[in-house]
Design a protein around this ligand. Structure first.
Ligand SMILES: NC(=O)C1=CN([C@@H]2O[C@H](COP(=O)(O)OP(=O)(O)OC[C@H]3O[C@@H](n4cnc5c(N)ncnc54)[C@H](O)[C@@H]3O)[C@@H](O)[C@H]2O)C=CC1
Ligand SMILES: O=C(O)[C@H]1O[C@H](OP(=O)(O)OP(=O)(O)OC[C@H]2O[C@@H](n3ccc(=O)[nH]c3=O)[C@H](O)[C@@H]2O)[C@H](O)[C@@H](O)[C@@H]1O
Length: 504
């Protein structure tokens, strides 16, 4: 099936349409995707009533309150404007399903932690449970849209469940579409308002085309038709996994280069700039870091690896597995670097950790690299004092307890409400999230309150190394050798992380 075969441009509606024009949308799953996506649809489509439902009643209560359950720049304004007008949050899932013309499935698909595929395959139990609820309560024709990220051919399972219900009730008609979401946290509202593309996959049949065209029309309220791509269902499902794998691969690529930089005197920012200037490569997503985090990159690359293994494509599986391996290695390498530069022991030393969320402008901590760097340092008995502008103390403690145990966390972890306090009497500062406020801290004053010699480890490349060195800090950044460690003949004076321990 080619792209052109499924393109809607040449498509004319069949005389008897199976589905009504979309006037009521229900989204099952009021999380980081369901909430912002539906807020945007409600905002851009005043003629459509949008209801977001979730089995978690507490979360729904938060969506209906002044304190939304997630922080996302620009979200609160839109929710507060639309809520009660054409945007509703409810925990009455059956009712919202009955009333909908189109239903988004936007539930979580985390990596499975049990049974077959443990630690690799995505857990599709929530998606399946929604499909069953739809089958039970639909009562009439529905376009069901898979927005969650799923493996290729997941739509087939949803369809099988729905078709079983259709066999027993002639009022029921279903079409299952794939419409993966590409928003990034922290910029979700911008991404939704002006997406690079909207991807819709559907069945190659008149009913499939009709369903696709209904969803196209929803997006056409604000997205130019040229940016709405229609494909077959499986291409759409695979494109989402592929897009995340490509993005994650870019980060692992630049992080792999960062290790070479540290050992040679090249500077990863300069290399990224020079490489990214090639218009075929492009300059986005080339920021070396302490490793990518977030709920999706690791999960989706692992899902791709599992898919390849299931298809007996071992070489392809290994290729993508390397992306995760480099990411884990980068985190470990950075933690080892901290221990090494603090004279090979951090036991009993206070280390200030600035940033805990997986990136700036979000309070989301899922798979944050901070968790893993902290885990390694806690294993070395470091005393960690944290500050993050959007992550609560309870959240930091509970994430760390999962990997290091509650007793260790109670003994060695403190959480502060500002950066300066976290740094007081510390031997080192470690930047793990690129929050803007960390760029402009008064480091000269902070330096005076610290133990000396004082070190800064920049895992996000946001600090001015020269200025910090002038204050007196020993400065270490991902992807550049310490200033004194390199001579003009190219021999690095300090090893900064080969495959063996970088400790000197
Ligand atoms: N977080 C992100 O930035 C992005 C996530 N995605 C994908 O979107 C999907 C959703 O991700 P998030 O919104 O981050 O997850 P989330 O965990 O924030 O939200 C999922 C919600 O679904 C609810 N839920 C689960 N099963 C349910 C059921 N049977 N009935 C009613 N509610 C149910 C949960 O209570 C939860 O509130 C995942 O597949 C993810 O891979 C895609 C693009 C971006
Ligand atoms: O499927 C998803 O969940 C989403 O995953 C990512 O979005 P997100 O994880 O929210 O955030 P990103 O901006 O992609 O950052 C992911 C991680 O990579 C890190 N990163 C990003 C870019 C970069 O150059 N270097 C780098 O280390 C970030 O700090 C963060 O830890 C994708 O960017 C979205 O397109 C996708 O929809």
């Amino acid at each position: 099936m080619t792209q052109k075969d499924t393109s809607l441009e040449f498509f004319t509606f069949p005389p008897s349409s199976m589905f009504r024009e979309v006037k009521n949308i229900t989204c099952v799953g009021a999380g980081y995707v369901g909430g912002p996506t539906c807020a945007m649809i409600a905002c851009k489509c005043p003629d459509i009533r949008v209801t977001v439902v979730d089995m978690n009643a507490e979360k729904i209560a938060q969506w209906n309150s002044d304190e939304l359950p997630i922080f996302e720049p620009g979200l609160e304004e839109v929710v507060k404007r639309q809520r009660g007008t054409n945007l509703f949050f409810s925990s009455d899932v059956p009712k919202a399903i009955r009333e909908a013309d189109l239903i988004f499935i936007s539930v979580n698909t985390p990596t499975k932690m049990y049974g077959r595929g443990k630690g690799m395959a995505p857990d599709l139990k929530y998606v399946e449970s929604v499909a069953r609820t739809i089958a039970e309560h639909a009562g009439g024709p529905k376009i069901v849209v898979e927005k969650s990220t799923v493996p290729v051919r997941a739509a087939e399972s949803i369809k099988t469940i729905l078709m079983e219900a259709q066999k027993h009730n002639r009022e029921l008609h279903f079409q299952v579409l794939s419409n993966p979401e590409f928003l990034a946290e922290g910029t979700a509202m911008k991404d939704l308002a002006k997406p690079d593309r909207v991807l819709i996959g559907g069945e190659s049949s008149p009913e499939g085309y009709e369903a696709v065209s209904h969803l196209v029309r929803v997006y056409e309220h604000w997205v130019d038709r040229s940016r709405i791509i229609t494909t077959n269902t499986w291409s759409s499902e695979l494109s989402k996994l592929a897009a995340n794998a490509f993005l994650a691969q870019r980060i692992s690529s630049i992080n792999a280069i960062s290790a070479i930089c540290e050992a040679t005197g090249a500077d990863v920012s300069e290399v990224a700039h020079a490489v990214g200037y090639d218009s075929r490569i492009g300059n986005k997503f080339l920021q070396a870091s302490v490793g990518f985090g977030g709920s999706c990159f690791q999960k989706d690359v692992l899902s791709l690896v599992y898919l390849c293994e299931s298809l007996n494509l071992g070489k392809v599986a290994n290729y993508w597995r390397g992306v995760i391996e480099i990411n884990d290695w980068q985190r470990r390498r950075f933690a080892d670097k901290i221990v090494g530069e603090l004279f090979n022991t951090v036991a009993g030393k206070k280390i200030a950790i600035l940033g805990f969320s997986f990136k700036k402008n979000t309070g989301d901590t899922r798979e944050s690299s901070a968790i893993y760097v902290a885990k390694h340092l806690l294993e070395e008995c470091a005393e960690l004092s944290f500050y993050d502008p959007k992550v609560t103390e309870a959240q930091i403690r509970s994430e760390l307890a999962l990997v290091s145990g509650k007793e260790t966390v109670d003994r060695l972890v403190k959480v502060h409400s500002n950066a300066a306090q976290a740094c007081e009497k510390a031997h080192a500062i470690v930047i793990l999230t690129e929050w803007d406020e960390f760029k402009t801290l008064d480091y000269a004053s902070i330096y005076k309150t610290m133990q000396h010699p004082s070190a800064i480890f920049d895992g996000r490349l946001i600090l001015d190394k020269k200025q910090l060195r002038e204050i007196g800090f020993r400065v270490f950044a991902i992807g550049s050798a310490p200033e004194q460690a390199y001579n003009m003949f190219g021999t690095a004076g300090c090893g900064s992380g080969g495959d063996s321990s970088p400790n000197r």
